[in-house]
Ligand binder design. Structure first.
Ligand SMILES: [Zn+2]
Length: 65
């Protein structure tokens, strides 16, 4: 099972979703977002790495704000 690290287009928060989802909900702003490939930041094949990768992208997103 692959996971995709995606960025919320509304608030910029980063989370992971399972590959193949049609939509997902942002944990931060609560909006339901229709999945599109343009939102994908990274693909993760090992579930154990998901929290680490999400954390790294959150650091990038919020750095300099
Ligand atoms: Zn959001």
């Amino acid at each position: 099972m692959s996971y995709l690290v995606v960025k919320c287009p509304y608030c910029g928060d980063v989370r992971a979703v399972r590959a193949g989802v049609k939509s997902f909900q942002c944990f931060n702003c609560g909006k339901r977002i229709v999945f599109s490939l343009g939102l994908v930041l990274y693909k993760v094949d090992d579930k154990r790495l998901v929290p680490y990768v999400v954390m790294k992208f959150k650091e990038k997103v919020f750095k300099g704000c």
